[in-house]
Design a protein around this ligand. Sequence first.
Ligand code: ADP
Ligand code: MG
Length: 330
Amino acid sequence: MFFLVSAAAWAEWRTDARPKMGTEVSVYFWHADESRGKAIIEEVFAEVDRINALMSTYVESSRISDINRRAAAEPVFAGEELFQLIRRSLDISVLTRGAFDITYDSVGQHYDFRDRQRPDEATTEAERQNINFRYVTLDTGKGTVSFEQQGVRINLGGIAKGYVVERGVDILRQHGVENGVVTAGGDSRLLGDRRGRPWMIGIRDPREDGEVAISVPLEDEAISTSGDYERYFDEDGIRYHHIIRPSSGRPVEGVHSATVFGPDAVMTDALSTSVFVMGVDEGLKLIGCLPDYEAIVIDADEQIYYSTGLADPASADAESSSLAPAPGTC
Ligand code: ADP
Ligand code: MG
């Protein structure tokens, strides 16, 4: 009898995965009714499409493309939702002292990882002058965005997937779902637990395809990983990948992956990109200052570092280590 019950119960997990936003978006949740489950899946993917059509720089007709075309000449109306996400991005730039910067795209636009294209030195040098989140001005009253100078561009690639999974889980919640996961590339939002057990979330080994470096048990949380293995090409021993250091306009070296988890996927997404840029020391210090967030960083020597909240006191002398923020640094 027990087996029959559990077999029937297993069938109530609803799931689908589709290529979207240049990655794979998946949804997985518990729902007793099959046809309602299917309708919920469609609603989640329709929401992904709606957000992509508004916020993708790869979509000519998107609002963000319109901003990139015109905002250096005149204030451009962004609409509440996009305005708020740009505002949050700028707040995170302040929090991370510029490590997270949506204006990275003036250089970023010249990369095409599929075609192994990168900007030459002169282009990088010229375009990096346009990277500075302070060049983006928001008018809260009017809901407009303007750029201080020609050449500035914004791209929400480091935060929009977190927003998408947060919205996806909102939809599950509205339909009374209590256990589920929405994932977009390296960003997942977990709703509840896996019916009585935590979700086990694997963090990829950055250099061994298909291998898991660490698994973390989590419930009702968001988790994001930024890696140098997602979009990249190797040339003359250098890995050109998609996370750009705003101050140099070049792909960040020193870290292979940065994972952040905490209550909000918009934050974990932006923070994983930020910690990747900031590196082990500075990145984990920042996370140590944010009480609800934790991080795991794998550096270029494949060493694994944990934020203070995760540190196992028994392993304080072990190879992996944690960096506590010095008093008064937060
Ligand atoms: P993904 O989930 O797509 O792997 P990440 O969260 O790791 O993305 O963020 C990487 C993306 O963020 C890049 O593809 C690019 O769109 C954008 N990005 C790159 N460098 C920065 C930066 N310094 N600040 C903000 N966004 C960035
Ligand atoms: Mg991110």
